[in-house]
Write a protein that binds this ligand. Structure first.
Ligand code: DON
Length: 305
């Protein structure tokens, strides 16, 4: 398996040149576009890796499944479903072209920015700083990595320039979907996006979603299986944004991308996967990352459809 992953990374290195690193968050423009790594964690705990699998990157939207999970754990399925739906929008992750009708949960989902920002209000905590701390703790626990933390420069960069997210949050306020102070909610969201991870961290988190909330090695039920089902279903339909259909066809398992270049792949009952390659396609998905997952899926027959 190690040899196969090495070959996959070697074959996919050419694709990094076909994408561009995100520049709308200025600090992300400084990332090396040629990095490429993969980490695979099988159901039985065996792990394999290749390339820059230890390189750190910011989770960005890969944190959205964790925001969703904590909102489910704190507020339950009914409250989450009432606030943000589950239907794919087929639009970019930061779209605001909703039309003039009143915005409701039926128009958004937990994997786009509007949905993830709204879900921060369903996480419990006295302050938004406390809510973020609980999210970081959950992330560390699922990744089994207590050293995970925020990349301060990326956080500050996004907070300074994230006016589109501000606009989305004010739109949610205008339609009465959120009532808490916008800047506090956004601070929680920006910090969450700036949590640093490596491929192993993503694979470990994915491994637990793949096993319906149960830690495959220790056997501990870390969260109810129904929540894993909710998260995995939204990853399958909306995790790769307006590239989700193409991804389902070519790769074929639930996954979540982030503009930091990471993708978390959840192969139910089989494995968790983390890939990293920061050059992105027009949807904001890692070009070489998607290619690596497609090759792995083909080699191991992972397409669940
Ligand atoms: O909110 C943003 O724009 C970023 N922090 C996250 C967006 C993102 O990762 C989209 N994913 N591909």
């Amino acid at each position: 398996m190690d040899a196969m992953l090495k070959e996959i990374t070697a074959q996919c290195a050419q694709y990094t040149a076909q994408g561009h690193v995100a520049t709308y968050i200025p600090e992300l423009a400084n990332v090396d576009p040629d990095k490429l790594g993969i980490y695979v964690l099988l159901e039985d705990g065996r792990s394999y890796s290749a390339g820059d699998h230890q390189a750190l990157f910011t989770m960005q939207s890969v944190v959205k499944p964790l925001i969703l999970l904590l909102a489910l754990m704190d507020s339950g399925i009914d409250a989450v479903r009432a606030l943000v739906g589950v239907e794919a929008t087929g639009k970019p992750f930061d779209a605001f072209n909703y039309s003039d009708q009143a915005l409701t949960g039926a128009h958004i989902n937990p994997m786009i920015n509007t949905g993830a920002i709204a879900l921060c209000t369903l996480i419990h905590g006295d302050t938004y700083h406390d809510r973020f701390s609980r999210l970081l703790e959950l992330t560390r626990k699922l990744a089994d990595n207590p050293s995970m933390d925020v990349d301060q420069s990326v956080y500050e960069s996004e907070k300074l320039t994230g006016n589109k997210n501000r606009a989305l949050a004010y739109m949610l306020t205008a339609y009465g979907m959120i009532t808490d102070p916008v800047e506090e909610i956004l601070d929680c969201y920006f910090r969450a996006c700036s949590i640093q991870a490596n491929c192993q961290d993503l694979a470990k988190i994915a491994h637990i979603f793949a096993n319906h909330g149960r830690h495959p090695v220790t056997g501990e039920q870390m969260f109810p299986g129904a929540y894993a089902k909710y998260v995995n279903a939204t990853l399958a339909t909306c995790g790769m944004y307006d590239g989700s259909g193409e991804f389902a066809l070519n790769v074929g398992f639930p996954a979540k991308s982030g503009v930091g270049g990471g993708i978390m792949g959840v192969v139910p009952h089989r494995m968790g996967i983390g890939v990293f390659a920061p050059a992105l396609d027009k949807h904001g998905n890692s070009v070489a990352g998607v290619r690596m997952l497609a090759k792995l899926s083909e080699a191991l027959d992972l397409n669940i459809y």
